[in-house]
Design a protein around this ligand. Structure first.
Ligand SMILES: *Cc1c(COP(=O)(O)O)cnc(C)c1O
Length: 388
């Protein structure tokens, strides 16, 4: 047995992306320009939201969203600890603090009952930041109702959620601002990159200024004919968060394929869920109202029935030449967050327990049915050989 190593994640890049990037390189325009404008227009149409702004990462997008809303020193944002550190670190950029609320064991998303309780008992919260884990939409009806009740803004971390739907509508149409990631492993990629969408013209204007050094384009827009082309005005100490035309060239074609790529991942998820029946593990749950983006396929090992733990399972998968991963190491056990707020693992018991059982299996469109079967068979072999 000497099969090639099956990587955990591989981007799905076609000739269209390659040709568009090459054309961009030959065009003489590399930074944000015509391709970026086209990518933003197509994205805005795709999600059905008036403003879509490219950025160089989802992290940048989340930061810009909180800044535009006016989150500042002493404010709080409320989110889940079962996420990537970016969701929470952007609050710290602005001197604000994240408040964590435990997750639902089935969906890995923020538990809206616990969210309601936290909102009723905590002051100073400005923003709810739901994370659509793995591409499964959060309970947006409840979250929006709570936001309305407490007069909070909603900034969605949709890094996994392109394209995801909640009750027949795409994620991106719910919150005040939604941020997507085009990091190399995500469902749609530009290598590095992101997009922020909003329906709020004030937020859009502020995020546009702050993504490029606080430079205001209003002077150009108002009377472009009478102002020289070299002229600009700096109105704030902004950031350097814009996307290049090289990245946008990829994004244009990735976006057009987004639903086809999702469908292939959904087929893989179905093959996994059928093939993994009867084993000491829980396969992912899909809420009936959701169309799942399937960025991740996360199983939870039934440790009580096994002689091995999650880490050993991952080691054995590696010996079978299969790459896996863990999403996520909860933030409250990471040194920075743990030390800053004095967290104990049991402060968020579901997040901590799920973390110890979670294994992300490879799920990307270019995987063949035979490769998916190989993962199923290896999982079966390892787990049946490790039964208590
Ligand atoms: C990947 C990821 C991010 C950050 O995305 P970048 O584009 O790399 O900044 C944020 N949140 C979650 C949940 C992610 O998985």
């Amino acid at each position: 047995m000497n099969e090639a190593f099956l990587p955990f994640a591989v981007p799905c890049i076609g000739e269209e992306e390659i040709n568009e990037v090459v054309n961009t390189l030959r065009s003489g325009w590399l930074t944000a320009g015509p391709k970026t404008q086209q990518f933003e227009q197509e994205f805005s149409t795709y999600v059905g939201m008036p403003y879509a702004l490219t950025v160089n990462s989802a992290t940048a997008g989340l930061h810009l969203a909180l800044e535009a809303i006016g989150v500042g020193a002493g404010d709080k944002i409320i989110t889940s600890p079962y996420t990537f550190t970016a969701t929470a670190e952007v609050a710290r950029y602005l001197g604000a603090d994240p408040i964590f609320v435990d997750i639902d064991r089935q969906t890995f998303n923020i538990d809206t009952k616990k969210l309601a309780h936290a909102l009723a008992t905590t002051t100073g919260i400005k923003v709810i930041s739901p994370v659509h884990f793995a591409g499964q939409a959060c309970e947006m009806d409840t979250i929006l109702a709570l936001a309305k009740q407490y007069q909070l803004k909603v900034v969605e971390d949709a890094a996994h959620a392109l394209p995801s739907q909640y009750k027949g509508r795409l994620i991106g149409q719910f919150g005040d601002v939604t941020a997507y990631s085009f990091y190399a492993t995500k469902t749609v990629t530009t290598g590095e990159g992101g997009m922020i969408v909003t329906a709020n013209p004030e937020y859009a204007k502020r995020m546009k200024i702050m993504r490029l050094h606080g430079i205001s384009r209003d002077a150009f827009d108002r009377s472009s004919s009478s102002l020289p082309s070299w002229y600009y005005e700096v109105v704030a100490p902004g950031f350097k968060y814009n996307m290049s035309d090289i990245a946008s060239a990829m994004g244009i074609h990735q976006l057009r394929k987004a639903e086809a790529l999702r469908q292939r991942r959904e087929a893989i998820a179905k093959q996994y869920t059928e093939g993994l029946q009867g084993l000491p593990l829980t396969t992912p749950y899909v809420a009936p109202d959701n169309v799942h983006a399937w960025h991740l396929y996360v199983i939870q090992l039934t440790l009580e029935a096994l002689k091995i733990d999650r880490n050993l399972f991952i080691e054995r998968m590696k010996m079978e030449r299969i790459g896996t991963s863990v999403h996520f190491i909860p933030l409250h056990i990471q040194p920075y967050w743990k030390e800053r707020y004095g967290f104990e693992p049991e402060d968020f018991p579901i997040a901590y327990d799920v973390y110890q059982r979670a294994v992300s299996l490879p799920i990307y469109p270019d995987m063949t049915d035979a490769q998916v079967e190989r993962v199923i068979n290896a999982t079966r072999r390892i787990l049946t050989g490790a039964l208590r």
